[in-house]
Design a protein around this ligand. Structure first.
Ligand code: HEM
Length: 504
Protein backbone atom coordinates (compact mmCIF):
# COMPACT_ATOMS: atom_id res chain seq x y z
CA UNK A 1 0.00 0.00 0.00
CA UNK A 2 1.26 3.54 -0.73
CA UNK A 3 2.12 5.06 2.59
CA UNK A 4 2.52 8.69 1.52
CA UNK A 5 -1.11 9.64 1.85
CA UNK A 6 -2.14 13.22 1.41
CA UNK A 7 -2.86 15.47 4.34
CA UNK A 8 -6.41 15.78 3.01
CA UNK A 9 -7.12 12.11 3.67
CA UNK A 10 -5.82 12.39 7.19
CA UNK A 11 -7.89 15.47 7.80
CA UNK A 12 -10.90 13.40 6.75
CA UNK A 13 -10.04 10.89 9.45
CA UNK A 14 -9.88 13.79 11.85
CA UNK A 15 -13.40 14.97 11.06
CA UNK A 16 -14.85 12.36 13.34
CA UNK A 17 -12.93 13.93 16.22
CA UNK A 18 -13.83 17.52 15.54
CA UNK A 19 -17.49 16.63 15.11
CA UNK A 20 -17.59 15.79 18.80
CA UNK A 21 -16.74 19.39 19.61
CA UNK A 22 -19.79 20.87 17.85
CA UNK A 23 -22.47 20.97 20.49
CA UNK A 24 -26.19 21.49 20.50
CA UNK A 25 -27.13 24.62 22.45
CA UNK A 26 -28.36 23.59 25.88
CA UNK A 27 -30.40 26.77 26.56
CA UNK A 28 -32.28 26.32 23.30
CA UNK A 29 -33.35 22.93 24.55
CA UNK A 30 -35.26 24.68 27.37
CA UNK A 31 -34.01 22.30 30.04
CA UNK A 32 -32.49 23.09 33.39
CA UNK A 33 -29.78 20.52 32.86
CA UNK A 34 -26.25 21.80 33.24
CA UNK A 35 -24.13 21.81 30.05
CA UNK A 36 -21.44 19.15 29.78
CA UNK A 37 -18.73 21.83 29.88
CA UNK A 38 -19.65 22.33 33.56
CA UNK A 39 -18.90 18.72 34.45
CA UNK A 40 -16.06 18.78 36.95
CA UNK A 41 -12.62 17.82 35.69
CA UNK A 42 -8.99 18.92 35.61
CA UNK A 43 -8.74 22.65 34.81
CA UNK A 44 -8.11 23.70 31.21
CA UNK A 45 -5.78 26.42 29.88
CA UNK A 46 -6.22 28.16 26.52
CA UNK A 47 -4.63 26.24 23.60
CA UNK A 48 -2.94 23.51 25.66
CA UNK A 49 -6.15 22.46 27.44
CA UNK A 50 -5.36 20.07 30.31
CA UNK A 51 -1.86 19.24 29.04
CA UNK A 52 -0.13 21.02 31.93
CA UNK A 53 -1.53 18.40 34.32
CA UNK A 54 0.55 15.75 32.53
CA UNK A 55 3.79 17.75 32.48
CA UNK A 56 6.42 17.17 35.22
CA UNK A 57 5.01 18.50 38.50
CA UNK A 58 1.42 18.48 37.14
CA UNK A 59 -1.35 16.75 39.12
CA UNK A 60 -1.56 13.84 36.64
CA UNK A 61 2.12 13.43 35.80
CA UNK A 62 3.46 10.00 36.75
CA UNK A 63 0.00 8.98 37.92
CA UNK A 64 -0.90 5.58 36.62
CA UNK A 65 -4.24 5.58 38.39
CA UNK A 66 -5.52 8.80 36.81
CA UNK A 67 -7.97 6.98 34.51
CA UNK A 68 -8.97 4.52 37.21
CA UNK A 69 -9.74 5.85 40.70
CA UNK A 70 -7.81 9.12 41.01
CA UNK A 71 -10.28 11.17 38.94
CA UNK A 72 -13.28 9.63 40.73
CA UNK A 73 -11.87 10.44 44.15
CA UNK A 74 -11.06 13.99 43.11
CA UNK A 75 -14.11 14.93 40.99
CA UNK A 76 -16.89 12.41 41.67
CA UNK A 77 -18.99 10.05 39.51
CA UNK A 78 -18.87 12.15 36.32
CA UNK A 79 -15.66 13.74 35.05
CA UNK A 80 -14.84 15.87 32.03
CA UNK A 81 -11.61 15.39 30.18
CA UNK A 82 -10.91 17.98 27.51
CA UNK A 83 -9.49 17.01 24.12
CA UNK A 84 -5.95 18.03 23.25
CA UNK A 85 -3.99 18.09 19.99
CA UNK A 86 -6.57 16.32 17.88
CA UNK A 87 -7.96 14.03 20.60
CA UNK A 88 -11.64 14.46 21.46
CA UNK A 89 -13.13 15.50 24.81
CA UNK A 90 -14.24 12.55 26.90
CA UNK A 91 -16.81 12.21 29.66
CA UNK A 92 -15.87 9.54 32.17
CA UNK A 93 -18.58 7.82 34.23
CA UNK A 94 -17.91 6.11 37.54
CA UNK A 95 -21.55 5.27 38.23
CA UNK A 96 -23.02 1.91 37.20
CA UNK A 97 -26.62 3.15 36.84
CA UNK A 98 -25.60 6.13 34.69
CA UNK A 99 -23.36 3.84 32.59
CA UNK A 100 -26.28 1.48 32.02
CA UNK A 101 -28.38 4.39 30.68
CA UNK A 102 -25.91 5.07 27.86
CA UNK A 103 -24.80 1.48 27.21
CA UNK A 104 -28.44 0.35 26.89
CA UNK A 105 -29.43 3.46 24.94
CA UNK A 106 -26.65 2.88 22.41
CA UNK A 107 -26.87 -0.89 22.24
CA UNK A 108 -28.51 -1.35 18.84
CA UNK A 109 -26.14 0.94 16.98
CA UNK A 110 -23.21 0.86 19.40
CA UNK A 111 -20.16 2.75 18.16
CA UNK A 112 -16.95 2.09 20.09
CA UNK A 113 -14.52 4.81 18.99
CA UNK A 114 -10.83 4.03 18.69
CA UNK A 115 -8.15 2.41 16.51
CA UNK A 116 -8.33 5.23 13.96
CA UNK A 117 -4.91 4.61 12.40
CA UNK A 118 -5.80 0.95 11.88
CA UNK A 119 -9.14 1.97 10.41
CA UNK A 120 -7.34 4.36 8.07
CA UNK A 121 -4.96 1.62 6.87
CA UNK A 122 -7.75 -0.89 6.30
CA UNK A 123 -9.99 1.61 4.47
CA UNK A 124 -7.16 2.71 2.17
CA UNK A 125 -6.33 -0.92 1.45
CA UNK A 126 -9.94 -1.66 0.52
CA UNK A 127 -9.87 1.30 -1.88
CA UNK A 128 -6.61 0.14 -3.48
CA UNK A 129 -7.94 -3.35 -3.93
CA UNK A 130 -10.97 -1.91 -5.71
CA UNK A 131 -13.43 -3.13 -3.07
CA UNK A 132 -16.83 -1.40 -2.86
CA UNK A 133 -17.20 1.39 -0.24
CA UNK A 134 -19.33 -0.89 1.97
CA UNK A 135 -16.66 -3.64 2.09
CA UNK A 136 -15.91 -4.58 5.72
CA UNK A 137 -12.59 -3.69 7.37
CA UNK A 138 -13.13 -5.71 10.58
CA UNK A 139 -15.04 -5.76 13.86
CA UNK A 140 -12.55 -3.57 15.67
CA UNK A 141 -12.69 -0.82 13.07
CA UNK A 142 -16.18 -0.93 11.52
CA UNK A 143 -19.43 0.63 12.76
CA UNK A 144 -23.07 0.88 11.71
CA UNK A 145 -24.54 -1.45 9.08
CA UNK A 146 -21.17 -2.68 7.75
CA UNK A 147 -20.18 -3.79 11.26
CA UNK A 148 -23.61 -5.33 11.92
CA UNK A 149 -23.64 -7.42 8.74
CA UNK A 150 -20.14 -8.73 9.37
CA UNK A 151 -20.73 -9.43 13.06
CA UNK A 152 -23.95 -11.33 12.32
CA UNK A 153 -22.07 -13.53 9.84
CA UNK A 154 -19.27 -14.47 12.28
CA UNK A 155 -21.17 -14.50 15.61
CA UNK A 156 -22.51 -18.06 15.16
CA UNK A 157 -18.96 -19.29 14.57
CA UNK A 158 -17.01 -17.49 17.28
CA UNK A 159 -19.65 -17.40 19.99
CA UNK A 160 -20.85 -20.99 19.65
CA UNK A 161 -19.73 -23.06 22.69
CA UNK A 162 -19.77 -26.28 20.65
CA UNK A 163 -17.24 -24.93 18.12
CA UNK A 164 -15.00 -23.40 20.78
CA UNK A 165 -15.00 -26.61 22.87
CA UNK A 166 -13.27 -28.37 19.95
CA UNK A 167 -10.10 -26.51 20.91
CA UNK A 168 -9.80 -27.83 24.48
CA UNK A 169 -7.24 -30.50 23.60
CA UNK A 170 -5.07 -28.36 21.34
CA UNK A 171 -5.09 -25.47 23.83
CA UNK A 172 -4.13 -27.88 26.63
CA UNK A 173 -1.23 -29.04 24.43
CA UNK A 174 -0.12 -25.42 24.00
CA UNK A 175 -0.36 -24.93 27.79
CA UNK A 176 1.72 -28.08 28.40
CA UNK A 177 4.38 -26.88 25.96
CA UNK A 178 4.43 -23.53 27.75
CA UNK A 179 4.93 -25.27 31.11
CA UNK A 180 7.86 -27.24 29.59
CA UNK A 181 9.31 -23.96 28.33
CA UNK A 182 8.88 -22.36 31.78
CA UNK A 183 10.79 -25.31 33.31
CA UNK A 184 13.61 -24.75 30.79
CA UNK A 185 13.72 -21.01 31.51
CA UNK A 186 13.82 -21.40 35.31
CA UNK A 187 17.04 -20.58 37.16
CA UNK A 188 18.30 -22.22 40.37
CA UNK A 189 15.86 -20.07 42.38
CA UNK A 190 12.93 -21.39 40.30
CA UNK A 191 12.42 -17.97 38.76
CA UNK A 192 11.91 -17.39 35.04
CA UNK A 193 14.92 -15.78 33.38
CA UNK A 194 14.05 -13.00 30.94
CA UNK A 195 10.85 -11.09 30.52
CA UNK A 196 7.78 -12.86 31.86
CA UNK A 197 5.38 -10.55 29.98
CA UNK A 198 7.01 -11.49 26.65
CA UNK A 199 6.75 -15.18 27.62
CA UNK A 200 3.03 -14.82 28.28
CA UNK A 201 2.65 -13.04 24.93
CA UNK A 202 4.26 -16.01 23.19
CA UNK A 203 1.83 -18.38 24.91
CA UNK A 204 -1.12 -16.13 23.95
CA UNK A 205 -0.04 -15.87 20.30
CA UNK A 206 0.52 -19.62 20.04
CA UNK A 207 -2.96 -20.21 21.53
CA UNK A 208 -4.92 -17.75 19.35
CA UNK A 209 -2.90 -18.90 16.30
CA UNK A 210 -4.41 -22.38 16.72
CA UNK A 211 -7.89 -20.85 16.34
CA UNK A 212 -7.29 -18.00 13.86
CA UNK A 213 -4.65 -19.54 11.62
CA UNK A 214 -5.64 -23.18 12.00
CA UNK A 215 -2.39 -24.63 13.35
CA UNK A 216 0.67 -24.37 15.55
CA UNK A 217 3.04 -21.47 14.90
CA UNK A 218 5.72 -22.99 17.19
CA UNK A 219 6.28 -19.70 19.01
CA UNK A 220 7.42 -21.67 22.07
CA UNK A 221 10.28 -23.37 20.24
CA UNK A 222 13.52 -21.70 21.40
CA UNK A 223 15.18 -22.68 18.09
CA UNK A 224 12.64 -20.91 15.88
CA UNK A 225 14.72 -19.38 13.02
CA UNK A 226 14.83 -15.56 13.04
CA UNK A 227 13.66 -15.39 9.41
CA UNK A 228 10.77 -17.86 9.79
CA UNK A 229 7.26 -16.50 9.11
CA UNK A 230 6.23 -17.39 12.69
CA UNK A 231 9.11 -15.40 14.20
CA UNK A 232 8.27 -12.46 11.94
CA UNK A 233 4.63 -12.67 13.03
CA UNK A 234 5.61 -12.70 16.73
CA UNK A 235 7.58 -9.49 16.24
CA UNK A 236 4.89 -7.85 14.10
CA UNK A 237 2.02 -8.59 16.52
CA UNK A 238 4.04 -7.04 19.32
CA UNK A 239 5.05 -4.03 17.22
CA UNK A 240 1.50 -3.46 15.88
CA UNK A 241 0.13 -3.14 19.39
CA UNK A 242 3.00 -0.95 20.59
CA UNK A 243 2.62 1.47 17.68
CA UNK A 244 -1.18 1.56 17.89
CA UNK A 245 -0.96 2.28 21.59
CA UNK A 246 1.42 5.18 20.89
CA UNK A 247 -0.87 6.61 18.20
CA UNK A 248 -4.06 6.23 20.24
CA UNK A 249 -2.83 7.37 23.61
CA UNK A 250 -0.08 9.85 22.85
CA UNK A 251 -0.30 13.33 21.35
CA UNK A 252 -2.23 12.96 18.10
CA UNK A 253 -0.34 15.05 15.52
CA UNK A 254 -0.57 12.10 13.09
CA UNK A 255 -4.21 13.08 12.64
CA UNK A 256 -2.96 16.13 10.72
CA UNK A 257 0.13 14.76 8.91
CA UNK A 258 1.87 11.40 8.51
CA UNK A 259 4.30 11.27 11.47
CA UNK A 260 7.17 8.70 11.56
CA UNK A 261 5.19 6.54 14.05
CA UNK A 262 2.16 6.65 11.77
CA UNK A 263 4.26 5.53 8.77
CA UNK A 264 5.82 2.71 10.81
CA UNK A 265 2.33 1.59 11.90
CA UNK A 266 1.08 1.52 8.28
CA UNK A 267 4.01 -0.69 7.24
CA UNK A 268 3.59 -2.93 10.27
CA UNK A 269 -0.15 -3.49 9.64
CA UNK A 270 0.63 -4.26 6.01
CA UNK A 271 3.41 -6.77 6.79
CA UNK A 272 1.27 -8.48 9.39
CA UNK A 273 -1.66 -8.82 7.02
CA UNK A 274 0.61 -10.44 4.41
CA UNK A 275 1.93 -13.00 6.91
CA UNK A 276 -1.59 -13.79 8.14
CA UNK A 277 -2.58 -14.34 4.51
CA UNK A 278 0.35 -16.72 4.06
CA UNK A 279 -0.66 -18.78 7.14
CA UNK A 280 -4.31 -18.93 6.07
CA UNK A 281 -3.38 -20.15 2.57
CA UNK A 282 -1.19 -22.84 4.19
CA UNK A 283 -4.01 -23.90 6.52
CA UNK A 284 -6.44 -24.04 3.60
CA UNK A 285 -4.12 -26.38 1.66
CA UNK A 286 -3.83 -28.65 4.69
CA UNK A 287 -7.58 -28.66 5.24
CA UNK A 288 -8.11 -29.65 1.62
CA UNK A 289 -5.66 -32.57 1.97
CA UNK A 290 -7.34 -33.87 5.16
CA UNK A 291 -9.77 -36.75 4.84
CA UNK A 292 -12.83 -35.66 6.84
CA UNK A 293 -16.03 -37.49 7.45
CA UNK A 294 -19.19 -35.38 6.95
CA UNK A 295 -20.01 -35.72 10.68
CA UNK A 296 -16.75 -34.10 11.84
CA UNK A 297 -17.41 -30.73 13.49
CA UNK A 298 -15.60 -27.92 11.65
CA UNK A 299 -13.26 -25.54 13.46
CA UNK A 300 -13.38 -21.72 13.45
CA UNK A 301 -11.03 -21.15 10.49
CA UNK A 302 -12.72 -23.80 8.37
CA UNK A 303 -16.15 -22.28 9.02
CA UNK A 304 -14.87 -18.78 8.25
CA UNK A 305 -13.29 -20.06 5.02
CA UNK A 306 -16.66 -21.57 4.13
CA UNK A 307 -18.03 -17.99 4.08
CA UNK A 308 -15.02 -16.86 2.02
CA UNK A 309 -11.28 -16.24 2.27
CA UNK A 310 -11.67 -12.47 2.84
CA UNK A 311 -13.83 -13.03 5.92
CA UNK A 312 -11.26 -15.53 7.27
CA UNK A 313 -8.44 -13.03 6.75
CA UNK A 314 -10.32 -10.06 8.24
CA UNK A 315 -11.25 -12.12 11.29
CA UNK A 316 -7.70 -13.50 11.68
CA UNK A 317 -6.33 -9.94 11.60
CA UNK A 318 -8.75 -8.92 14.36
CA UNK A 319 -8.16 -12.03 16.45
CA UNK A 320 -4.39 -11.56 16.37
CA UNK A 321 -4.82 -7.88 17.16
CA UNK A 322 -7.30 -8.17 20.04
CA UNK A 323 -6.48 -11.65 21.33
CA UNK A 324 -2.81 -11.58 22.37
CA UNK A 325 -1.97 -8.81 24.86
CA UNK A 326 -5.42 -9.17 26.45
CA UNK A 327 -5.16 -12.83 27.43
CA UNK A 328 -1.43 -12.55 28.21
CA UNK A 329 -1.98 -9.79 30.76
CA UNK A 330 -5.03 -11.53 32.22
CA UNK A 331 -3.16 -14.79 33.00
CA UNK A 332 -0.29 -12.81 34.52
CA UNK A 333 -2.72 -11.12 36.93
CA UNK A 334 -4.47 -14.38 37.82
CA UNK A 335 -1.12 -16.02 38.60
CA UNK A 336 -0.16 -13.01 40.72
CA UNK A 337 -3.37 -13.19 42.80
CA UNK A 338 -3.02 -16.97 43.24
CA UNK A 339 0.63 -16.63 44.20
CA UNK A 340 -0.18 -14.02 46.84
CA UNK A 341 -3.15 -16.05 48.19
CA UNK A 342 -1.68 -19.53 48.81
CA UNK A 343 -4.83 -20.79 50.54
CA UNK A 344 -6.94 -19.96 47.46
CA UNK A 345 -4.30 -21.57 45.25
CA UNK A 346 -4.47 -24.84 47.29
CA UNK A 347 -8.26 -24.78 47.10
CA UNK A 348 -8.04 -24.38 43.33
CA UNK A 349 -5.47 -27.19 43.00
CA UNK A 350 -7.77 -29.47 45.00
CA UNK A 351 -10.62 -28.77 42.57
CA UNK A 352 -8.40 -29.25 39.50
CA UNK A 353 -7.02 -32.58 40.69
CA UNK A 354 -10.49 -33.86 41.63
CA UNK A 355 -13.07 -35.28 39.26
CA UNK A 356 -15.13 -32.04 39.42
CA UNK A 357 -15.61 -31.18 35.76
CA UNK A 358 -17.53 -27.97 36.37
CA UNK A 359 -14.38 -26.21 37.60
CA UNK A 360 -16.46 -23.51 39.26
CA UNK A 361 -13.62 -22.35 41.52
CA UNK A 362 -11.28 -21.94 38.53
CA UNK A 363 -13.90 -19.84 36.75
CA UNK A 364 -14.46 -17.82 39.95
CA UNK A 365 -10.71 -17.11 40.27
CA UNK A 366 -10.65 -15.81 36.67
CA UNK A 367 -13.70 -13.57 37.23
CA UNK A 368 -12.32 -12.23 40.51
CA UNK A 369 -8.99 -11.38 38.95
CA UNK A 370 -10.78 -9.61 36.07
CA UNK A 371 -12.78 -7.66 38.67
CA UNK A 372 -9.68 -6.46 40.52
CA UNK A 373 -7.55 -5.89 37.43
CA UNK A 374 -9.43 -6.03 34.14
CA UNK A 375 -7.11 -5.70 31.19
CA UNK A 376 -9.39 -3.05 29.64
CA UNK A 377 -9.88 -0.25 32.19
CA UNK A 378 -13.21 0.84 30.72
CA UNK A 379 -15.43 0.55 27.69
CA UNK A 380 -16.23 3.45 25.42
CA UNK A 381 -19.17 4.59 23.31
CA UNK A 382 -19.88 7.50 20.99
CA UNK A 383 -23.35 8.84 21.75
CA UNK A 384 -25.87 8.81 18.91
CA UNK A 385 -28.49 10.74 20.87
CA UNK A 386 -28.85 13.17 23.76
CA UNK A 387 -28.83 12.08 27.40
CA UNK A 388 -29.60 13.45 30.84
CA UNK A 389 -26.81 11.98 32.93
CA UNK A 390 -26.48 12.84 36.62
CA UNK A 391 -27.96 16.31 36.01
CA UNK A 392 -25.85 17.12 32.93
CA UNK A 393 -26.91 17.40 29.31
CA UNK A 394 -24.81 15.04 27.18
CA UNK A 395 -25.16 15.81 23.47
CA UNK A 396 -24.89 13.51 20.45
CA UNK A 397 -21.41 12.61 19.16
CA UNK A 398 -19.83 12.69 22.61
CA UNK A 399 -17.19 10.20 23.73
CA UNK A 400 -18.19 8.49 26.96
CA UNK A 401 -15.84 6.17 28.86
CA UNK A 402 -17.28 3.85 31.52
CA UNK A 403 -14.74 3.48 34.32
CA UNK A 404 -15.28 -0.24 34.90
CA UNK A 405 -12.04 -0.94 36.67
CA UNK A 406 -12.75 1.76 39.26
CA UNK A 407 -16.43 0.78 39.62
CA UNK A 408 -15.72 -2.90 40.22
CA UNK A 409 -13.56 -1.91 43.17
CA UNK A 410 -16.11 0.36 44.88
CA UNK A 411 -17.36 -0.64 48.33
CA UNK A 412 -20.99 0.18 47.50
CA UNK A 413 -20.95 -2.37 44.65
CA UNK A 414 -18.64 -5.06 46.01
CA UNK A 415 -18.13 -5.50 49.76
CA UNK A 416 -14.44 -5.85 50.78
CA UNK A 417 -13.69 -4.51 47.29
CA UNK A 418 -9.91 -4.69 47.21
CA UNK A 419 -9.67 -8.27 48.51
CA UNK A 420 -9.22 -11.28 46.22
CA UNK A 421 -12.29 -13.37 47.15
CA UNK A 422 -13.19 -15.81 44.32
CA UNK A 423 -15.94 -17.19 46.59
CA UNK A 424 -18.10 -14.11 45.86
CA UNK A 425 -18.78 -15.62 42.40
CA UNK A 426 -20.06 -18.89 43.88
CA UNK A 427 -21.90 -18.10 47.13
CA UNK A 428 -25.65 -17.87 47.46
CA UNK A 429 -27.47 -14.54 46.91
CA UNK A 430 -28.29 -14.37 50.65
CA UNK A 431 -24.56 -13.90 51.32
CA UNK A 432 -23.73 -10.14 51.26
CA UNK A 433 -20.56 -10.98 49.29
CA UNK A 434 -22.51 -12.53 46.41
CA UNK A 435 -21.61 -10.84 43.10
CA UNK A 436 -25.22 -10.75 41.91
CA UNK A 437 -26.07 -8.22 44.65
CA UNK A 438 -23.98 -5.66 42.73
CA UNK A 439 -25.26 -3.60 39.81
CA UNK A 440 -24.13 -5.68 36.77
CA UNK A 441 -22.87 -2.54 35.02
CA UNK A 442 -20.17 -2.15 37.65
CA UNK A 443 -18.32 -5.19 36.24
CA UNK A 444 -17.79 -5.51 32.52
CA UNK A 445 -14.38 -6.95 31.58
CA UNK A 446 -15.59 -8.16 28.18
CA UNK A 447 -17.79 -5.16 27.35
CA UNK A 448 -21.52 -4.99 26.83
CA UNK A 449 -24.37 -5.94 24.51
CA UNK A 450 -24.13 -6.49 20.78
CA UNK A 451 -20.58 -5.13 20.72
CA UNK A 452 -19.33 -7.39 23.50
CA UNK A 453 -15.97 -9.17 23.00
CA UNK A 454 -16.47 -11.79 20.30
CA UNK A 455 -13.42 -13.67 21.58
CA UNK A 456 -14.58 -14.11 25.17
CA UNK A 457 -15.37 -17.82 24.88
CA UNK A 458 -12.03 -18.48 23.23
CA UNK A 459 -10.25 -16.28 25.79
CA UNK A 460 -11.88 -18.09 28.72
CA UNK A 461 -10.97 -21.50 27.34
CA UNK A 462 -7.36 -20.44 26.72
CA UNK A 463 -7.08 -18.99 30.23
CA UNK A 464 -8.75 -21.98 31.91
CA UNK A 465 -6.52 -24.55 30.18
CA UNK A 466 -3.38 -22.54 30.92
CA UNK A 467 -4.10 -21.80 34.60
CA UNK A 468 -5.18 -25.41 35.14
CA UNK A 469 -1.93 -26.74 33.64
CA UNK A 470 0.29 -24.31 35.57
CA UNK A 471 -1.42 -24.93 38.93
CA UNK A 472 -1.26 -28.70 38.47
CA UNK A 473 2.48 -28.48 37.75
CA UNK A 474 3.76 -25.70 39.99
CA UNK A 475 3.36 -24.23 43.44
CA UNK A 476 3.37 -20.56 42.43
CA UNK A 477 4.88 -18.05 44.87
CA UNK A 478 5.62 -14.35 44.78
CA UNK A 479 8.00 -12.20 46.77
CA UNK A 480 8.34 -8.44 47.21
CA UNK A 481 5.94 -5.64 46.30
CA UNK A 482 3.25 -5.98 43.60
CA UNK A 483 4.34 -5.53 39.98
CA UNK A 484 4.02 -2.10 38.37
CA UNK A 485 1.14 -1.43 36.00
CA UNK A 486 1.28 0.95 33.03
CA UNK A 487 -2.16 2.27 32.17
CA UNK A 488 -2.63 3.06 28.52
CA UNK A 489 -5.27 1.92 26.03
CA UNK A 490 -5.05 -1.18 28.24
CA UNK A 491 -3.49 -2.16 31.55
CA UNK A 492 0.01 -3.50 31.04
CA UNK A 493 1.72 -5.32 33.91
CA UNK A 494 5.33 -4.27 33.51
CA UNK A 495 6.99 -6.13 36.39
CA UNK A 496 9.27 -6.77 38.10
CA UNK A 497 7.86 -10.31 37.84
CA UNK A 498 8.89 -11.92 41.11
CA UNK A 499 7.23 -15.28 40.49
CA UNK A 500 8.71 -18.50 41.85
CA UNK A 501 7.55 -21.71 40.16
CA UNK A 502 8.29 -24.76 42.35
CA UNK A 503 7.61 -28.24 41.00
CA UNK A 504 4.70 -29.96 42.71
C1 HEM B 1 -9.11 -11.80 28.65
C2 HEM B 1 -9.14 -11.55 27.36
C3 HEM B 1 -9.96 -10.50 26.69
C4 HEM B 1 -10.61 -9.41 27.22
C5 HEM B 1 -10.65 -8.99 28.69
C6 HEM B 1 -11.27 -8.73 26.14
C7 HEM B 1 -12.03 -7.57 26.28
C8 HEM B 1 -12.69 -6.95 25.24
C9 HEM B 1 -13.49 -5.75 25.39
C10 HEM B 1 -13.72 -5.00 26.70
C11 HEM B 1 -13.98 -5.43 24.16
C12 HEM B 1 -14.88 -4.23 23.84
C13 HEM B 1 -16.33 -4.63 24.04
C14 HEM B 1 -17.31 -3.48 23.99
O1 HEM B 1 -17.00 -2.43 23.41
O2 HEM B 1 -18.42 -3.61 24.53
C15 HEM B 1 -13.49 -6.43 23.23
C16 HEM B 1 -13.79 -6.44 21.87
C17 HEM B 1 -13.28 -7.37 20.98
N1 HEM B 1 -12.47 -8.45 21.29
FE1 HEM B 1 -11.84 -9.00 23.13
N2 HEM B 1 -11.02 -9.40 24.97
C18 HEM B 1 -10.24 -10.50 25.27
C19 HEM B 1 -9.78 -11.45 24.39
C20 HEM B 1 -10.08 -11.51 23.05
C21 HEM B 1 -9.68 -12.56 22.15
C22 HEM B 1 -8.92 -13.83 22.55
C23 HEM B 1 -10.13 -12.22 20.92
C24 HEM B 1 -9.98 -13.02 19.65
C25 HEM B 1 -10.85 -13.84 19.23
C26 HEM B 1 -10.83 -10.96 21.04
C27 HEM B 1 -11.43 -10.27 19.99
C28 HEM B 1 -12.18 -9.11 20.12
C29 HEM B 1 -12.81 -8.43 19.00
C30 HEM B 1 -12.70 -8.83 17.53
C31 HEM B 1 -13.50 -7.34 19.54
C32 HEM B 1 -14.37 -6.33 18.79
C33 HEM B 1 -15.81 -6.85 18.79
C34 HEM B 1 -16.82 -5.95 18.08
O3 HEM B 1 -16.70 -4.74 18.16
O4 HEM B 1 -17.74 -6.49 17.43
N3 HEM B 1 -10.78 -10.55 22.35
N4 HEM B 1 -12.71 -7.34 23.91
Amino acid sequence: MTLQKSVISLVNVNKIFTRSMSLSNVEEKGTDLKPWQEIPGPSSLPIIGQLHHFLPGGSLSNRNDFMTDFLYKKYGPIVRFDGRFGSPSIIILYDAEASSQILRGENLTAVRPGFFALKYYRTELNKQEGNPPDAPTGLITDHGDIWKKFRLSVNPILMQPQTIRLYRNSLTEVAEDMVKRMRRLRNDDNMIEGKFDIEMNLWALESIGVVALGGRLNCLDSNLPENSPAKKLINLVHEAFRLTDKLEFGISMWRYFATPTFKKAMKCYDDQRKINKYFIAKAREELEKKQKSPNDEKGVLEKLLDINEDVALIMANDMLFAGVDTTADTVTSILYYLATHPEKQSKLRKELTSKDEKQSYLKACIKESLRLKPVVIGNMRLTSKEYNILGYYIPKQMYVLFGHQAMSKMEHYYPRPTEFIPERWIVDKSDPLCHSNANPFAYSPFGFGVRTCIGQRIANLEIETFIETVIKNFEVEWFGPPPKIRVSTMNYTTGPFNFIFKDI
